[in-house]
Design a protein around this ligand. Structure first.
Ligand code: GGG
Length: 351
């Protein structure tokens, strides 16, 4: 199979982890006789520095003409405490999702047995937890009207959803549930928010087309609690952009660390694969970033965009074997782990 993959390293540790994801893809191509052609593009802070634009036109053109995208992260600490900076790295990410129609963000939360002790949650609660989040990605407060008024003393962001936006991601979530445990938990805040009442009504309508799937509706505050209290009670979780952003960071504790969580953003065209973590400038350049989220994102890319199931499974098994061999980065090491075994690109050797 011949395919073009565009690498979008972005900022901070995005560069380090996508380099590892790319090496694993190269290894897979060699082992299975595929030809993957790679090219690069800039986004985020790096792109602002070089072009003034967090998503330059040249990048967008490349992304519209590729078979799949392996993305790292965007962000830079200089923007965190300076509201006067109007052009921000995250705008590149949001614009890319909108322009490429990437409305469904799949975030699998699966704990490798080897990491049972790495989590702050008790092993007996965690064992066997396996959740697939569907986070809506192109609506909600991220794209609603926002601004300032009253002489800049009042700020607002609008939570907004339209029926078609909820429908299309709900169908994806229900279809995925049919291949798993036939259960969808739809998370909203329908006791307070009008956009959530629409969300719930639309999900109830879509659910009628999937009589074999059990659907439950849960308020986001209750879901946040239940995720930690009883993670095994979830199968597919369907939720909006903001709630999904927050809940999946929380759910990373089920998998041991943010450094373990991969994601796939899909819509009607090209697929984009990225770790859920950000640019982590505090650890950039130290060689201690966990590359597994990027490597597992590469596994999702092989499966979802290229339909290469065996190749994808090979990557996941290589990650498993590497963990069994005792390799760890700091974020997943418990007190009993031999820290001299540092997780770098060992996964490649196990492919
Ligand atoms: N790889 C994920 C990433 O770069 N996250 C930084 C960020 O700005 N995230 C906002 C979001 O995912 O909506």
């Amino acid at each position: 199979m011949k395919k073009k993959i565009t690498i979008l390293p972005g900022d901070g540790i995005g560069k380090e982890v996508t380099a590892c994801g790319k090496k694993v893809l190269e290894q897979i191509a060699e082992c299975f006789g595929h030809e993957f052609v790679f090219d690069y593009a800039v986004i985020g802070h790096d792109a602002i520095e070089s072009t003034g634009d967090p998503l330059p036109e040249e990048t967008l053109t490349k992304l519209k003409n590729t078979d799949a995208i392996l993305f790292g992260a965007v962000g830079h600490p200089k923007y965190d405490n300076d509201p006067t900076l109007k052009v921000r790295p995250e705008q590149g990410l949001l614009k890319m999702r909108k322009e490429l129609g990437l409305y469904a963000n799949l975030r699998p939360i699966k704990l490798f047995d080897e990491l049972l002790e790495a989590s702050s949650i008790k092993p007996e609660i965690l064992r066997g937890a396996d959740i697939l989040f569907f986070r809506e990605l192109t609506g909600d407060v991220y794209f609603g009207e926002r601004g300032r008024k009253n002489n800049n003393e009042t700020a607002y962001d609008t939570m907004i959803y339209s029926k078609f936006e909820v429908e299309r991601i709900a169908h994806k979530a229900f279809k995925a549930a049919q291949t798993r445990k036939n259960k969808v938990t739809s998370v909203d805040k329908a006791n307070v928010l009008e956009s959530s009442r629409l969300w719930r009504a639309v999900v109830q309508e879509v659910a009628k087309e999937y009589p074999d799937v059990t659907v439950e509706h849960m308020f986001v505050d209750a879901a946040a609690m239940k995720l930690i209290q009883n993670p095994r009670s979830f199968d597919v979780v369907l939720t909006g952009n903001l709630f999904g952003d927050i809940l999946t960071d929380e759910a990373s504790q089920i998998a041991g660390s943010m450094g373990m969580l991969a994601s796939a953003s899909v819509g009607d065209k090209v697929g984009l694969y990225e770790p859920i973590h950000g640019s982590a400038h505090d650890i950039t350049g130290k060689g201690i970033a966990n590359p597994l989220a990027s490597i597992l994102s590469a596994a999702l890319l092989l499966d979802i965009s290229f339909g290469l199931k065996e190749e994808s499974e090979t990557v996941i098994k290589a990650v498993e074997k590497t963990l069994q061999e005792g390799y760890r980065t700091k974020d997943i090491a418990d007190s009993s782990t031999a820290l001299e075994k540092i997780l770098g690109t060992e996964v490649m050797g196990n492919v």
